[in-house]
Design a protein around this ligand. Structure first.
Ligand SMILES: [Zn+2]
Length: 435
C-alpha cells in the first residue's frame, strides 16, 4: 500500500521554535517529526512513500533522499504553489489502489495494519482515524451511526459509519468526544466521486482542493465514510507547548507504549457514585452531575500511561426507566462535561441487564442472567479484548463491592473502593496509582 505524506505545510504558530525549516523537519529529541513517521511506517511494512513537498521542500529532499537510508522507498511530488490539503492527490496517476494519507507534522505511533484491516472490513471509500482528546469543544467532531438493537435483548451497535461532521464553528450541545485526527485511508474511488460534483471555491486556483471540505464531507451521504477510533498517540505539533509535551512523552516511552501492538494498561472506572453523583438511578439528562474532582482525576489518568475506561451496570434499561437513546445522551453529556475540563474516557462499557423480574414497565428481554453485570467480569474482559489490555497491570475504582469483585474476577492488579459521591474520592484514588 502506498503512503502519501503531506509535508508542504508552512508552520505559522510553531514558527517561534524554528522558522528556517519546514514543519515536518522540526526536531524532537534530535530527530525530525517526519522521521518518526517514516520509522513507524517501516515497522508496519509500509515502505512505499510519496512525500508531497513545497515550502522549503529541498530541506526534506536533502535529508531523506530516495529513502534507502531509512529502509523505505520515497518519491516526491513537488507543489509549485499550494494545492490545499488534497489537491496533489488528484495529480498522482500512481494512486490506483487504496492509500494511507498523513500530515507530515504529526507525531504518531500507530499499529497501521490494524487500521488497514478495519478499512478493508468496512469496504470504505475512506476511513478516518479519530480519538478522544482534551479539547473536544474546539475540535472537529465526528458523529457515527448507532443502530437500535437488531435482536430481542440485543445491544445497540456502533456501525462506525459517519453520519455527521461537526466543524469547530457548528453549534453543539452534548456530544461524544470523537475528534477527527487527520489520518485517513482513502480509496481512489473517493477521488473519482469527488470530481463528479467538485466546484472550485476560487476560480483562479481550480486545482486547490481541501480534503475535509471538498472531498470527505460531500461524500458522507454515500454511507461509506467510516471512523476508526483509537487511543494511540497522535499529536500535531501546532504549538510550542504541544511540542514540549510530546518531547516529554517520547522520553518517558509513552508514545510507543500506546501503540496497540503493545499490551495496554487501564484504570477501569465505575460510573454512578464514582464519576457522577448517584441520585437514586440516573435516568434523566439533568440528573447527571460530575462529582467534584472527577474530571481532574480522569485528566490525570489521561496524562499517565493508563487508559480510562468506564464500566457501568445500567439496570435502568432492563427496568424500562431509560432507553438506550436516553442512556447515550447521558454519556454524551458526561463526555462533554469531562471535555470542558480537559479530560476524556477511552471507552464506555455498559451492562443493561438485571435479574429480578416483576416491575411495572420492565423490558423482559433484558431481565436475564448475563456475563457482563458486575461483579461479573464481562465488561472488563470485553474492553481488554478491544484495547489489547493486560488486566494484571490494570486497576478498577468504584464505590460498590460489585466493582471490587468484578475487578477480582477479571484478575486486575488492584481494586480500589471509594466512598460513593465523595468529593475528590476518585481523585485521591487515582493519585495513589499514578503518582
Ligand atoms: Zn449484562
Amino acid at each position: 500500500m502506498k503512503v502519501v505524506i503531506m509535508a508542504g505545510g508552512k508552520g505559522t504558530r510553531i514558527a517561534s521554535v524554528r522558522n528556517d525549516v519546514p514543519k515536518p523537519m522540526i526536531q524532537i529529541c534530535g530527530k525530525p517529526i517526519l522521521e518518526y513517521q517514516i520509522d513507524n511506517l517501516r515497522a508496519c511494512n509500509l515502505t512505499d512513500i510519496i512525500l508531497v513537498i513545497g515550502y522549503l521542500g529541498d530541506k526534506i529532499k536533502d535529508y531523506f533522499g530516495d529513502g534507502r537510508k531509512f529502509g523505505v522507498n520515497i518519491e516526491y511530488f513537488v507543489e509549485d504553489y499550494p494545492l490545499g490539503t488534497a489537491g496533489a492527490l488528484f495529480k498522482m496517476p500512481q494512486l490506483i489502489d487504496d492509500f494511507l494519507l498523513l500530515c507530515g507534522d504529526v507525531i504518531v505511533d500507530i499499529d497501521f495494519n490494524r487500521f488497514i484491516t478495519f478499512h478493508k472490513e468496512h469496504r470504505a471509500l475512506a476511513s478516518l482515524m479519530a480519538h478522544p482528546n482534551g479539547h473536544p469543544y474546539d475540535s472537529s467532531l465526528l458523529v457515527t451511526e448507532i443502530t437500535v438493537p437488531e435482536t430481542v435483548g440485543g445491544m445497540p451497535r456502533d456501525t462506525h459509519r459517519v453520519i455527521r461532521w461537526m466543524s469547530k464553528e457548528d453549534e453543539r450541545t452534548y456530544y461524544k468526544n470523537l475528534v477527527n485526527a487527520g489520518i485517513e485511508l482513502i480509496s481512489p474511488e473517493l477521488l473519482k466521486e469527488t470530481m463528479k460534483s467538485f466546484v472550485p471555491r476560487h476560480p483562479e486556483t481550480p486545482d486547490k482542493i481541501d480534503l475535509d471540505r471538498d472531498v470527505l464531507k460531500p461524500n458522507i451521504s454515500s454511507g461509506r465514510i467510516f471512523v476508526y477510533n483509537t487511543p494511540e498517540y497522535i499529536k500535531d505539533m501546532g504549538t510550542p507547548d504541544r511540542l514540549y509535551e510530546t518531547e516529554k512523552d517520547i522520553k518517558s516511552g509513552k508514545v510507543h507504549a500506546r501503540n496497540l501492538q503493545n499490551k495496554q494498561k487501564a484504570i477501569f472506572l465505575d460510573r454512578d457514585g464514582t464519576i457522577n453523583k448517584m441520585v437514586g438511578f440516573v435516568t434523566k439528562l439533568e440528573q447527571f452531575e460530575l462529582i467534584k474532582g472527577a474530571a481532574e482525576a480522569i485528566k490525570l489518568i489521561n496524562k499517565s500511561g493508563y487508559l480510562a475506561i468506564v464500566v457501568t451496570n445500567q439496570p435502568v434499561i432492563a427496568r424500562g426507566d431509560c432507553t438506550f437513546e436516553e442512556l447515550q445522551a447521558i454519556h454524551d453529556k458526561m463526555e462533554t462535561e469531562l471535555g470542558k475540563a480537559g479530560a476524556f474516557v477511552d471507552g464506555i462499557y455498559v451492562c443493561p441487564h438485571h435479574t429480578d423480574k416483576g416491575f411495572e414497565g420492565e423490558r423482559l428481554e433484558y431481565k436475564c442472567i448475563c456475563d457482563c453485570r458486575k461483579p461479573k467480569p464481562g465488561l472488563l474482559l470485553q474492553a481488554a479484548k478491544d484495547f489489547n489490555i493486560d488486566l494484571s497491570e490494570s486497576y478498577i475504582i468504584g464505590d460498590s463491592y460489585r466493582d471490587i469483585e468484578a475487578g477480582e474476577n477479571a484478575g486486575v492488579k488492584k481494586c480500589i473502593q471509594v466512598e460513593g459521591n465523595k468529593a475528590n474520592g476518585l481523585l485521591d484514588a487515582v493519585k495513589n496509582i499514578v503518582d
